[in-house]
Design a protein around this ligand. Structure first.
Ligand code: SPV
Ligand code: MG
Length: 296
């Protein structure tokens, strides 16, 4: 890699195309959540096929809860930083499309212009709250959400870009029939894939959904609470994409917290040194070779 490809110059339409190809080839796409260039690079380095620009992580990285406080520009800046730092596709969590139908269209326009391969919009009412918060989970009428998807689709200019329609039907306590009805109507409205979210401690909702799903579009899942559900099981169930949405940030929080507690207790960094990345490692992850080569 040279400076030309060190930061943000990897072709963008081809990444969305890669995502579509993986869907068509029925490969399981493994996706890791991130919130900035470094977290995206760590995901790519580990071998994930794509990066999820997580609304939860981007909000938390700003010291804010995931309750629609930040605006589209801030979420987009996070997603663009991730896109610029890696060569794999970025799938962006675009919440409700950040408002009404016109906001969803504008979201598609701006994310696509930034090179984002996948735009995911969910069927909750703006302002939305993170799916794992108990109170305030409210669904938009399915037909209205269909019109929002149509608005987003009409703003799409690259045929490769993937629009993912996410249903929060299970999150809101509605059953399998409602989840299926919504996902079918979202595909009718133009969605290229559907994301079915569940907060159950086991995969039963997802597995029952997959048994009834007619496979008219690829299915995406986020096994945060049902962590026993393996990638192999997901593939066997016919799922196309698995998003590990927040485990990266959760491991970072624990590691940093442990490190700082030790430094405060010991009055030096001696004990933590063997357990933390070297400055050289940070240089390497930030692309020092591509930017400076031997000139350092
Ligand atoms: C996110 O990462 O922001 C998501 C996934 O939307 S979840 O937090 O599991 O709802
Ligand atoms: Mg989110």
């Amino acid at each position: 890699m040279t400076i030309a490809t060190a930061h943000g110059a990897t072709a963008t339409a081809s990444r969305a195309f890669a995502l579509r190809e993986a869907f068509e080839d029925k490969r399981l796409i493994k996706v890791a959540g991130g919130h900035d260039g470094m977290s995206a690079r760590l995901a790519e380095e580990a071998g994930f096929n794509a990066v999820w620009a997580s609304g939860l992580e981007i909000s938390a990285a700003h010291g804010l809860p995931d309750v629609s406080l930040l605006g589209m520009s801030e979420y987009l800046a996070g997603a663009a930083a991730m896109h610029n730092a890696v060569s794999v596709p970025v799938v962006a969590d675009c919440d409700t499309g950040f408002g009404g139908n016109l906001n969803a269209a504008f979201t598609m326009m701006r994310y696509e212009a930034a090179g984002i391969a996948g735009v995911c919009i969910e069927d909750k009412i703006f302002p939305k709250r993170n799916s794992f918060l108990e109170a305030g989970q409210e669904l938009l009428d399915a037909d209205e959400f269909g019109r929002k998807l149509e608005a987003a689709k009409s703003a799409q200019t690259l045929s490769e870009t993937v629009l993912i329609a996410r249903t929060e039907a299970f999150i809101c306590g509605l059953g399998l029939d409602e989840a299926l009805r919504r996902c079918h109507s979202y595909v009718d409205a133009g969605a290229d894939a559907v994301l079915v979210h569940s907060k159950k401690a086991d995969s039963s909702e997802i597995v029952s959904f997959m048994k009834e799903w007619d496979h008219r579009a690829p299915v995406v899942v986020v096994p945060t609470t049902y962590s026993r559900f393996s990638a192999d099981e997901a593939k066997a169930a016919g799922i196309s994409m698995v998003i590990y949405a927040n485990q990266g940030m959760r491991s970072m929080v624990k590691a940093v917290r442990d490190t700082w507690a030790t430094v405060i207790a010991d009055g030096s960094t001696v004990a933590v040194e063997p357990h933390i990345a070297t400055v050289k490692d940070i240089f390497a992850l930030s692309g020092i070779d591509q930017w400076l080569g031997e000139d350092r």
